[in-house]
Unconditional design. Structure first.
Length: 198
């Protein structure tokens, strides 16, 4: 299930007077500064690291730094916390755009979940045997090398010198990493004349 994240950054600490970088050459006196809770930075970092669509709503007058700054690949909306905030046309537009990203993220996660579940299914032994036979009998050594390249598998690392044993080791390698579906997909592209409906 998608867990979209909204960070609400509003005044937690009001500084009447303070000194920034005290004792350094860049020492600066600050007056009337508002700071949100530090948990805003932690929560936003966690959400962003997990890839969640992130919307940051910041009360006007805050110190904008870190993940509360604009200019990154998440939304930062500065607002005046009033009762009619949700009726604001600009806020509604930002929220609707963020909602579209949430739905797209959810669809992508569901697709990935299905793909992982399909990969984790036990591959029948007779299918592995048939794939080994196809690679050994219907693919030349050069074609097998091209197939390995397309799959991101090192042909040389298959180890065996004999063609039919390289075919066997390729099938075993892809079966261990749940990539048999990719083998069939790329095999069909290289040799469409072979019946891959096995």
């Amino acid at each position: 299930m998608t867990k979209p994240s909204i960070i609400l950054a509003y005044e937690r600490l009001h500084l009447v007077e303070a000194i920034d970088k005290r004792g350094s050459e860049n020492e600066t006196r600050i007056q009337l500064l508002n700071l949100p809770t530090v948990w805003n930075q932690i929560e936003a970092t966690m959400a962003y690291t997990l890839g969640h669509p992130l919307l940051v709503v910041v009360e006007e007058g805050m110190k904008y730094e870190g993940l509360l700054e604009r200019g990154y690949d998440w939304y930062v909306k500065q607002v005046n916390l009033e009762d009619n905030l949700l009726a604001d046309v600009e806020f509604q537009g930002v929220f609707a755009d963020w909602k579209r990203r949430v739905l797209a993220f959810q669809a992508q996660m569901q697709k990935e979940t299905v793909r992982q579940a399909n990969r984790q299914q036990q591959v029948p032994h007779n299918l592995l045997v048939e794939l080994r036979r196809i690679l050994a009998e219907r693919f030349s050594p050069a074609e097998l090398q091209v197939l390995c390249f397309d799959l991101g598998v090192s042909y040389e690392d298959l180890g065996a010198a004999e063609h039919r044993l390289k075919a066997l080791q390729l099938v075993q390698t892809l079966e261990r990493t749940n990539r048999i579906d990719e083998l069939i997909e790329f095999g069909q592209a290289l040799r469409p004349d072979v019946d891959w409906k096995i």
